[in-house]
Design a protein around this ligand. Structure first.
Ligand code: NDP
Length: 319
């Protein structure tokens, strides 16, 4: 049976995102579609009247309390946080945010971080700190190999943009796929072959049971010595102590890290003061309200007219 509301009904959307500016989201949704009925948690009213929850970091168990919920729409691209709730209503479609603004922002961040490592500003920041005037020749971009782990909405775009910028780019996903100018590798069997040439490694994998901890000592050991890491996916991909050990051993030279096992990064965490690690506070690509609201409204509008929902997560795979 289709879970969509009856034809002609007014869609009732609940913004269930405690850390977000709910009123600003309501305004963005109404600007995109004034016919929507938008409620903002915790002022929910009758829970039985909510059709779709637009959710991000809801209190555990909360999504199970809406008896007529028809779909959950994630505010962000990664749905690991929602799926980690044991009471998440797995029988409902879970839609994730696939929005052009998200892809553009991520590509800009990744390109900037890769250029920083390519131009060795990471190395010169350390030399400046020590007052050392030391010059190093660097290769052309075309001779620098950048590897992107995860070739989905964000990783695929980033890999293409890096190739178009002039880098030698390789990519890794579950299955090898075609991206212009990118040499792709597929599956665990090809992981080491992929890693073996990556001087700058970018992680844009989803967090699943299969990818948790993938940025570990074995992965770092498979990279060329002195490689750099750009990590913008999810904190739990990275074994943080293995990163420090790889930096200490010189296997890695430096890292740009946007996502952490615990966010905000706790005071006293060694990353705060490690000059080899540039940290940013999970800002690689922040969902743009106006653009995201238009995307959600277009997707749900099509659904109300009888089209299939786009960007539905495969809950079994976890992405
Ligand atoms: P997608 O779901 O579109 O893409 C996932 C990619 O990862 C696919 O290419 C998939 O391959 C591949 N993949 C999944 N599992 C495996 C595996 N076990 N082995 C190899 N490859 C695998 O994700 P997005 O591009 O939308 O998002 C990527 C990441 O970015 C997520 O972790 C998300 O949370 C994060 N993110 C971070 C933000 C930030 O500000 N830092 C903002 C937004 C997102 P295949 O298709 O072959 O299965």
């Amino acid at each position: 049976m289709t879970p969509r509301p009856p034809a002609g009904a007014r869609l009732r959307l609940l913004v269930l995102a405690p850390g977000e500016d709910g009123d600003a989201w309501r305004a963005a949704f109404l600007a995109a579609d004034p016919t929507l009925e938008v409620r903002v948690w915790p002022e929910v009213g009758d829970r039985a009247q909510v059709d779709v929850a637009f959710a991000w970091k809801p209190p555990p168990g909360e999504l199970a309390r809406y008896p007529n919920l028809r779909a959950v729409y994630a505010l962000g691209a990664g749905v690991d946080g929602l799926l980690s709730d044991p009471e998440f209503p797995r029988d409902l479609p879970l839609v994730r945010m696939v929005d052009p603004a998200l892809g553009r922002l991520m590509t800009e961040y990744v390109t900037g971080a890769v250029l920083r490592h390519h131009c060795e500003w990471d190395r010169y920041a350390l030399l400046q700190r020590d007052g050392v005037w030391e010059r190093h020749a660097r290769p052309f971009m075309s001779d620098r190999v950048v590897g992107v782990m995860g070739l989905g909405e964000l990783g695929g775009r980033a890999a293409l943009a890096l190739a178009q910028a002039g880098f030698t780019v390789r990519g890794w996903a579950s299955r090898s796929r075609e991206i212009a100018g990118v040499r792709t590798f597929g599956g665990d069997r090809e992981l080491d072959a992929f890693l073996s040439a990556c001087e700058i490694l970018v992680c844009l994998l989803p967090l699943t049971e299969r990818t948790r901890g993938v940025l570990c000592a074995a992965t770092f050991a498979a990279l060329p010595r002195g490689a750099a890491l750009v990590h913008v996916a999810r904190g739990a991909h990275l074994v943080e102590s293995d990163l420090i050990a790889a930096l200490d051993a010189g296997q890695l030279r430096s890292a740009t890290i946007d996502v952490f096992e615990r966010e905000p990064l706790p005071p006293g965490h060694p990353f705060w003061t490690d000059p080899r690690i540039l940290i940013t506070p999970h800002v690689a690509s922040i969902t743009s309200r106006a653009s995201a609201a238009r995307t959600v409204v277009a997707n749900l509008g099509g659904w109300m007219r009888g089209e299939p929902l786009r960007d539905v997560v495969d809950a079994r795979r976890g992405y």
